[in-house]
Design a protein around this ligand. Structure first.
Ligand code: HEC
Ligand code: HEC
Ligand code: HEC
Length: 433
């Protein structure tokens, strides 16, 4: 009898905990509004504030996500594909009913800083507030002031297409408890003001970590703020490491090469493609040279992860050797014209493939997709008429494409591995962008 009663008590206690803990987490997340006591910053010059807000919104690439291709600016409705379904961006125009026309600067600050909508609902982190939380109150206010000046568009927000249980916003409480730390950027007094400006932009409005950090299956960052590179789920591109890794990152890039790449889309070390082409084309090219330089200086200072020197490349097997021979011939026939026999290309028009770590570090995804579909870097002020790369998806079969990609990943000192025709076949079906 006594034993039975103890068991019942334990059971009740466990049940209570199982119910109570989630309620406490949800309650805490609902109630927790850090920064809500922070007053708006007094405005000295309203016109200046609006133009600064426009610049900052450019740095945050807000328009690109909040505008449907060919649609009204900032009216929302663009689908963001996630592993849990599609999320649609919101209307940020000042329409009072469907947009954010009746949002105060405080409401806007709470969304940017703490990922909550005007009515207190949790926002999905497809809106990169885990990065934007680093933005200062004055900068958030400036963006709010600017958005109140764009033409209002009456367009109701579209419902998200999310699977159960991901369509239950309230459950974001757990995601937030695990992966979201609200907090403004804190300058490091030991570093220069340039470095601090760069860090502020990279980790805040630039939301570089949204793509350049590895994520787990719930979309949480694995190494917080790591920038050590990661797969972008759904887009099927690999965003390379931005740390000073000698092998995989920007370790042996000059600061100027990084700045050129960010501002113009091309550099002596490589060109941008895939989602990075959009980031440069729509956002980074419009930033001032001093902000770009600050970002490059900061990126250059991120310590690399020591992998213990170059990875040993196993001697190719006989079959791999035959494949690389075929790859060399195909390279000679199809690629030397632009990328040259020594793989050094003709930068900035034709990027080098030798020493271009984005082709071989960790993933063969990017070069396979580039050779299949070709592409153009964005047209920018510094590179208005970009040279393009022709697609080879129709002229080369899977085996040939695997051979030539294997060849460029392993030649001229590149330390990649060979890829198989099966890998190529997998990416044939992936939409071009
Ligand atoms: C990567 C895409 C992306 C970018 C970049 C982005 N947003 Fe969003 N934003 C979204 C999505 C998706 C939502 C909807 C989230 C939801 O419904 O939970 C959203 C929601 C919002 C909301 C909440 C609106 C509401 O009605 O609750 C605000 C405010 C907002 N974004 C402002 C901005 C600003 C300002 C920027 C630039 C600094 C920006 N966003 C950049 C995708 C983006
Ligand atoms: C939407 C996703 C996305 C965002 C946001 C993004 N990147 Fe990228 N980035 C990529 C992808 C994918 C690549 C690989 C393709 C390439 O090299 O262009 C890349 C490549 C790069 C490269 C070249 C690296 C190399 O080894 O060749 C640099 C430098 C870079 N990004 C810097 C940045 C910075 C700085 C930010 C923030 C301001 C940023 N990226 C934001 C997706 C993104
Ligand atoms: C007509 C000139 C031309 C030819 C031929 C050509 N490429 Fe390219 N390639 C380019 C240009 C231009 C880019 C930059 C495209 C971009 O950034 O979107 C590029 C980019 C690349 C990239 C991505 C590297 C980076 O940093 O942007 C790879 C990988 C690549 N080419 C491989 C090949 C291979 C393999 C072949 C032969 C099968 C080939 N290319 C043929 C012009 C060419």
């Amino acid at each position: 009898m006594k034993k039975n009663r103890t068991m019942t008590r334990i059971l009740i206690a466990v049940l209570a905990l199982v119910i109570l803990i989630p309620l406490v987490v949800i309650g805490m997340q609902l109630a927790h509004d850090p920064g809500s006591d922070q007053p708006g910053v007094p405005v000295v010059n309203a016109t200046e504030q609006v133009s600064r807000g426009q610049y900052l919104a450019m740095a945050g690439n807000c328009m690109s996500c909040h505008t449907v291709r060919g649609g009204d600016e900032y009216a929302g409705g663009r689908a963001i594909a996630t592993p849990f379904g599609s999320i649609y961006s919101s209307n940020l125009t000042p329409d009072p009913e469907t947009g954010i026309g009746n949002w105060s600067a405080d409401d806007f600050w709470r969304a940017i800083h703490n990922g909550k909508s005007k009515d207190g609902r949790f926002l999905y982190p497809a809106f990169p507030y885990p990065d934007y939380t680093k933005v200062s109150r004055a900068d958030a206010d400036a963006m709010h002031a600017y958005l109140q000046t764009v033409p209002p568009v009456r367009q109701a927000n579209r419902e998200h297409d999310l699977r159960f249980p991901y369509n239950q916003r309230i459950l974001l409480a757990f995601w937030r408890a695990l992966y979201f730390t609200p907090g403004e950027f804190k300058a490091d007094p030991k570093q220069s003001s340039e470095w601090n400006r760069g860090a502020y932009l990279v980790h805040g409005l630039g939301h570089c970590a949204a793509c350049h950090t590895a994520r787990n299956s719930l979309g949480g960052t694995i190494a917080e703020g790591g920038l050590a590179g990661g797969m972008i789920p759904m887009l099927d591109w690999y965003a390379s490491s931005l740390t000073s890794d000698a092998g995989a990152g920007l370790g042996d890039w000059e600061t100027k090469d990084i700045a050129d790449l960010l501002k113009t889309g091309v550099s002596r070390r490589g060109t941008v493609f895939g989602p990075m082409a959009e980031v440069v084309g729509e956002s980074l090219q419009h930033l001032s040279q001093s902000d770009i330089d600050a970002m490059a200086i900061y990126l250059k200072s991120i310590p690399g992860i020591d992998h213990g020197g170059p990875r040993p490349v196993p001697a190719p097997s006989a079959s791999a050797e035959a494949m690389l021979g075929q790859g060399a011939r195909l390279y000679e026939q199809n690629c030397v014209e632009c990328h040259r026999a020594d793989g050094k290309g003709v930068p900035p028009a034709y990027p080098p493939l030798a020493g271009n770590q984005s082709l071989w570090a960790y993933s063969a995804l990017n070069p396979i997709r580039m050779v299949l579909n070709g592409g153009y870097p964005p047209s920018t002020g510094g590179n208005p008429r970009p040279y393009g790369m022709p697609p080879f998806g129709t002229s080369l079969n899977d085996e040939e494409l695997a051979a030539v990609v294997s060849y460029i990943r392993t030649s001229w000192g590149n330390q990649g591995s060979v890829v198989s025709p099966i890998e190529v076949a997998r990416f044939r079906g992936v939409p071009v962008d």
